[in-house]
Design a protein around this ligand. Sequence first.
Ligand code: GLN
Length: 487
Amino acid sequence: MADTLIYQSLATLAERLAQKQISSVELTQAVIARTHLVDSRVKAFNSRDEADALAQAKASDARRATGNVGGALDGIPIGLKDVIAVENQPLTASSRMLANFISPYDATVTEKLKKGGAVLWGRLNMDEFAMGSSTENSATQQTCNPWNLSCVPGGSSGGSAAALAAGEAIATLGSDTGGSIRQPAAFCGVVGLKPTYGLISRYGLIAFASSLDQIGPLTHTVEDAATLLQVIAGHDERDSTSFRTEIPDYRAELKKRHGPWKLGIPKEYFGDGLDPEVGAAVERAIEFYRLQGCEIKEVSLPHTRYCLDAYYVIATAEASSNLARFDGVRYGHRAEKAADVVDQYFQSRAEGFGEEVKRRIILGTYVLSSGYYDAYYLRAQKVRTLIRQDFLNAYQEVDALITPTTPTPAFKLGAKADPLALYLCDIYTIGVNLAGLPAISLPCGFSSSGLPLGLQLIGRPFEEAGLLAIANAYEQGHDWHNRHPQL
Ligand code: GLN
C-alpha cells in the first residue's frame, strides 16, 4: 500500500482523496511508516510530530466528509525546511543558536498551506542558517543522499530534497538564496523551483540574505510544482518586497502552452569544470527541445564570471546584519558562564554559531565596514546590476535559458573540506538569485554510478507559467521522474 501512495503526484492523490479511495489519515500513515523505515539512514528530519500530523489528517477527513475541502493540497503531507515558521513548533535553522526555539507565529506560506488544508509534516534538515551546499553545515545531523547514502543530498535544503526523494513527504518547501532549492533537487532527482524574487512572501522565513532569499517548492513533477506554487504565491502586506502581480492559474497555463519556444544556451555555463556526464545529459535535453521544433540559440551572459564574487559580498553583508539579532538576549542561545554583559554577547555567539556561519558574519561585517563599503559592497551591487542586465538582454532574443543545474552530480560526504570548493557548487545557480529570476531544476538522467543529474531552465521575471510549461514539455517526453531510490 505504502509504495503505491508515497510516490504519487499531488494531482493523483487529490483525485484519490476526492473519490474517497483513500483518506488523509491513510496517506499520512503511509508517509509516517515510510519515514520509520528509512529515516534512520536518510536522516532528513530535524523534528516531527506524528500525533499532530495525524490530528491534522483527521481534521482534513472530517472536512471532506462534510464536503468542505480546502483545495488541491487538502489532506496531503507537506514537509517544511526548518527555516520556515510554524506556530508553536520548533524552528532551529539547524543551528545550536535556535536549538530550543519555538516559533510564536506562522510564516505566510505556512498560513496559506494550513488554509489549503495541507498536513504540515516535520521540520527538515538544512545547512545552518541556509549557508552551504551539502547540508554538512547542519548542527543537527548529516542528511544522506537517498540514491547513495555515502553522498551528500546537496544543500542548503538537503533535508527537503532527501525526504521527498526517499518518499518521506509528498512534497516539501525549501528556500533558495544562491541555489539551495535547485542544487539539492538536482542531487536527489526531484523537481525544485526557485520563484521570481517577490512572488512568495518571506514573512516568517528566517532571513539569510534578504535581497536574494525566496521560498519555493520541491516536488516529483513539474505539475506538482505548479500546484504548490499556486497555494503559496501572492502579495503579502507583511513583506515589503513582495510584489503586487496577477497570479495566473499555473496548472491551466502549463497545459495550455505548447511552444515551440526560443531557447538560449548561455555559452559561459558550459566551460571548464563541467562534469562530462552532466554536460552530455544537458546536451541531450537541448537536442530534445530542438526535435520538438524549438529554436536553439547560443547567447552570452558576459558577466557570469563575477557572479560568485558579487554573491559572496552581498550575501555575507546581508547575513552579518540579519544574524545580529541572534545574541542570546533578543534571540537564541545564551551562554551561561559570562564575566559581564559584553562577554555574554561574545560567548553566546561563539557557542551558538557554527564555523561557516561565523566565517560569513566576519566576511560580511568586513565588506560593510567603513572604508571598505564602497570598494566591496557598493561595487558588488553595481556588478549585480550588470548581471541582471545580461539576462534581460538575452530575453530580447529567447524565452528561456537552458543550463546544467550543477557542475557535477552529488559528491561524497566530506569530499569538499575547503569552503571555496563548496562555493563553486553554485556557479550555475547564483546568477539567477542576483538577477531575481525564476528558475527550475528537473531530473535529466543519471550518472554511470547511478546518481541523478539536473537540468536548469531559467525564465523571465514573473513568467513562472511559461517556465513551467517549458519544463513540463521535457518531463512529458522522459520518465526520469518516475524512478525512485531503492532504500
Ligand atoms: N550555497 C550557497 C551559500 O552557501 C547558497 C545557499 C542558499 O541558497 N541558501 O550561500
